[in-house]
Ligand binder design. Structure first.
Ligand SMILES: CC(C)(COP(=O)(O)OP(=O)(O)OC[C@H]1O[C@@H](n2cnc3c(N)ncnc32)[C@H](O)[C@@H]1OP(=O)(O)O)[C@@H](O)C(=O)NCCC(=O)NCCS
Length: 168
């Protein structure tokens, strides 16, 4: 039986965290790396370690120390459509991003634990008013996970699904 820890990522975690993210983009989403959507995956430090209202968590296997999952939060709301951007503005919206768990470590509660810690981080910040994310209908486990945690706002024709997660 594996046991896992969750911690705020440091520079030492970035290589492994990036590998988890890239594997999800290639194997789960099937899009691979697309610069206009995934620049944070390359500049993980600039997006998540520098800004004090952003954070990246990693889940790690306590046996060998390997990073097996990631979960991030930043202060950017959705860009489109306009009604969604208006409802979840930059600065007041904590956006959950890059919640990925390596396939062999799934269904052991890691995403749930990381999201709980990300929500704590957002509450402690004090300036976030809501929590938003988008995901993809076809991604393994994604809709199941987010439906247990929040409310579906809108699904686009191409399978992008938008959610709000309660902050309190
Ligand atoms: C979605 C994902 C992050 C879930 O990670 P996880 O660590 O396995 O999730 P958890 O174990 O915390 O699951 C919490 C709950 O979500 C639901 N859930 C998660 N994955 C599920 C699945 N494949 N099928 C059905 N329900 C699922 C269950 O209710 C689960 O609770 P339970 O195991 O007690 O029944 C993981 O499957 C993944 O990395 N998928 C590919 C990338 C992705 O789509 N990420 C999310 C999009 S942003």
């Amino acid at each position: 039986m594996h046991s896992y820890g969750i911690r705020v990522a440091t520079r030492d975690d970035l290589g492994e965290a990036r590998a988890v993210m890239l594997d999800a983009l290639y194997r789960d989403f099937g899009t691979g790396y697309v610069p206009r959507w995934h620049e944070d995956v390359i500049d993980v430090e600039g997006f998540y370690l520098g800004p004090d209202r952003h954070v990246l968590l990693v889940a790690y296997d306590e046996e060998d120390g390997a990073v097996v999952g990631t979960g991030a939060l930043d202060s950017r709301g959705p860009r489109h459509p306009q009604w969604l951007a208006d409802r979840y503005p930059d600065g007041e919206t904590a956006q959950l991003r890059r919640v990925y768990v390596r396939p062999e470590h799934r269904r052991r509660g890691l995403a749930g634990r990381m999201v709980a810690e990300l929500l704590d981080f957002a509450r402690q910040d004090g300036r976030y008013r809501s929590v938003y994310l988008h995901t993809y209908r076809h991604s393994p486990g994604a809709l199941d996970l987010w439906r247990t945690l929040g409310k579906e706002l809108w699904e686009e024709d191409d399978g992008v699904v938008h959610f709000e997660i309660p902050l309190s």
